[in-house]
Ligand binder design. Structure first.
Ligand code: DGT
Ligand code: CA
Ligand code: CA
Ligand code: ZN
Length: 577
């Protein structure tokens, strides 16, 4: 069992306790499970390895006592927790689906269930439409409307997985497949290869000598819940996590054509097929043909070339102008992970991060970075242990002191100052001017109406110390919709003031999204790609930010954290005298 799976069980136990409340100490116990879950999510070692190592004690992990250590052992050994199973029997399992809805936590699930007997998302929707929710304690017309919106978002999301989830599964499956002696190559295709923010099903392409034996081998993978279809060269399965996977066995001689076909997108493929047709040819997953004769098939480059096109990077294959650009030899030279020279949003244990400044700096240095900006939260963000003014000043000193300990990397003292409900900032200007670089973001009152939210963001951008706007739309993928505001207006104001918009690379956010990045690029705006790291290994999330930037056609010159230090500083809004 992976740490995230164990953390998920703990989270579910806590939620169930908060819904059921039959134990007199439920609140206390649920808080212990929450603490343990957070601690597990912050671990860099695998619990499974720790639990099996006689020289290590699980109780050394913060937040893990004897009882929870026992539960971890049980999960690692049996894949299940007896206690969890007992809790699950006490209420209908469908109640847990309700927790997927934005603005609905365990307290509300309990309320809806106890007062109105609501067990499913459908029943909740019916009750909201019948205006029954607004009469409940702590509910009103607005919160009822928000629930209807949340249900809509939930329906749109179901069946899709976040890019990082899909990527982790693809890596596990690829490794499993490579374990078969006849398998030579495994490549993920489809939306995963295109770097889309969510993935519907996983498409894996396999080259090997024994397709039928490989298909049998794949069908025996332990994570499979159901084999949906199995043929000579294709297996479709549903995994235990509900994800569908299509595995196709291919021949090397037509690998390029197949890779193109199964990478998609469908829109891109249709346009290429039409192009082939206009030349009297036929394009399929087996190759580009003139009658029976193969024109090109083995590599993607060849197929594109014969079609008169430069090879289109997978991230651009959406039929959004890339084919025209490939024809005119003016595809953008997309930004690459290796171009990145630093990270400008991260948290330390001064607020809600897991480690100190020095650990973050050392990890960034090991990646070859030239600079980092530490951006702990400000006081309004109480759930993230935001810093009041005194602690913020201490933190600036602490960050600057770390410069002496970790040399060879610039460590800037910043803040992720909260944008309050009315657009004022959570710190006075007299404090803001003490930071090297100020990043401002919204973390509360996210359902404000369009006009109000627009005015709020515009007001924050007008503050002369704000130089970066963090996660500008506030969305969380498959979870929370973007704020409602005038994006064009905010983009224009950011340009006017010289505020850089962030592309938050955390795969929960990817905010700005690919479409917004493209919009920014078309306007000639520059962005910063940040990971919002809460611990050193989160720096690895940069790849998702870069993928999203690439999907938005961004070149290196459009991303300020590809610049050397001096140029980066010059590209920020000048500070007031
Ligand atoms: P997803 O799974 O919803 O995240 O999106 P994709 O793009 O991975 O779509 P999927 O899995 O249905 O198909 C994988 C690729 O196979 C797709 O990007 C293009 C190709 N493909 C699938 N169906 C068709 C089709 O009807 N026509 C064409 N030309 N290509 C198709
Ligand atoms: Ca797919
Ligand atoms: Ca598919
Ligand atoms: Zn934030």
């Amino acid at each position: 069992m992976e740490n995230r799976e164990i953390a998920a069980v703990f989270e579910e136990i806590s939620n169930l306790m908060k819904i059921i409340q039959d134990d007199p100490k439920w609140a206390f116990k649920a808080a212990a499970y929450d603490r343990a879950r957070r601690s597990i999510e912050g671990l860099s070692e695998r619990l499974e390895d720790l639990a099996r190592n006689p020289n290590r004690k699980l109780t050394d992990i913060p937040g893990i006592g004897e009882d929870l250590a026992g539960k971890i052992k049980e999960l690692v050994e049996t894949g299940k927790s007896q206690y969890h199973q007992e809790q699950l029997k006490k209420v209908p399992g469908s109640l847990l689906d309700l927790l997927q809805l934005q603005t609905v936590g365990p307290q509300k699930v309990r309320l809806f269930y106890k007062e109105l007997g609501i067990q499913t998302v459908d029943e909740l929707e019916a009750a909201a439409k019948a205006r029954k929710l607004q009469t409940l304690p702590k509910m009103d017309v607005k919160s009822e409307e928000n629930i209807l919106k949340a249900i809509e978002t939930f329906r749109r999301a179901s069946g899709r997985f976040r890019l990082d989830t899909a990527n982790a599964v693809a890596e596990e499956l690829s490794e499993y497949l490579r374990g078969h002696k006849a398998v030579e190559e495994v490549t993920p295709a489809g939306s995963l290869r295109r770097g889309r923010e969510t993935v519907g099903d996983l498409d894996l392409l396999v080259i090997g000598r024994e397709p039928a034996a490989t298909a049998d081998y794949f069908a025996r993978y332990s994570g499979i819940a159901q084999v949906l279809a199995k043929g000579e060269d294709k297996v479709s399965v549903k995994l235990k996590n509900e994800m569908q996977v299509d595995v196709r066995m291919l021949e090397r001689k037509s690998y390029g054509a197949a890779l193109m076909y199964f990478t998609g997108s469908k829109e891109h493929n249709v346009a290429l097929r039409d192009r082939a047709k206009r030349r009297g040819w036929k394009l399929s997953e087996y190759g580009l043909f003139h009658g029976e004769r193969v024109i090109a098939a083995k590599t993607e480059e060849e197929v594109y070339k014969k079609l008169g096109l430069d090879c289109v990077p997978p991230e651009l294959r959406e039929n959004l102008g890339e084919i025209e650009a490939a024809e005119e030899h003016c595809l953008p030279k997309l930004v690459e992970l290796g171009d990145i020279r630093g990270d400008l949003q991260m948290h330390t244990n001064a607020s809600d991060g897991h480690t100190g400044v020095e650990e973050m700096a050392a990890a960034a240095k090991a990646l070859g970075y030239e600079y980092i900006l530490i951006t702990d939260h400000s006081k309004a963000v109480t759930i993230a242990n935001g810093l009041d003014e005194k602690r913020a000043l201490d933190n600036i000193r602490r960050i600057h002191a770390a410069r002496k300990k970790v040399e060879g990397i610039e460590i800037w003292a910043g803040t992720e100052v909260d944008i309050l409900g009315d657009g004022r900032l959570d710190y006075p200007d007299a404090l803001l001017k003490k930071f090297d670089i100020v990043l401002a973001s919204i973390h509360s009152r996210m359902t404000q109406p369009f006009e109000e939210m627009t005015a709020r963001i515009l007001k924050a951008l007008a503050n002369p110390y704000v130089r970066i706007l963090g996660h500008p739309t506030g969305r969380q993928i498959l979870k929370r919709d973007p704020f409602s505001f005038d994006l064009e207006n905010v983009f224009a104001a950011a340009e006017r003031h010289g505020v850089i918009l962030e592309l938050n690379g955390n795969p929960e956010r990817l905010d700005l999204c690919d479409r917004h990045v493209r919009l920014a690029r078309d306007k000639g705006m520059r962005l910063v790609i940040s990971t919002d790291a809460h611990r050193p290994d989160h720096f690895g999330l940069m790849r998702y930010g870069v993928l999203t930037a690439r999907r938005g056609w961004m070149e290196k010159s459009g991303i300020i954290n590809t610049y050397p230090r001096a140029k980066l500083l010059e590209s920020l809004r000048p500070l007031p005298n």
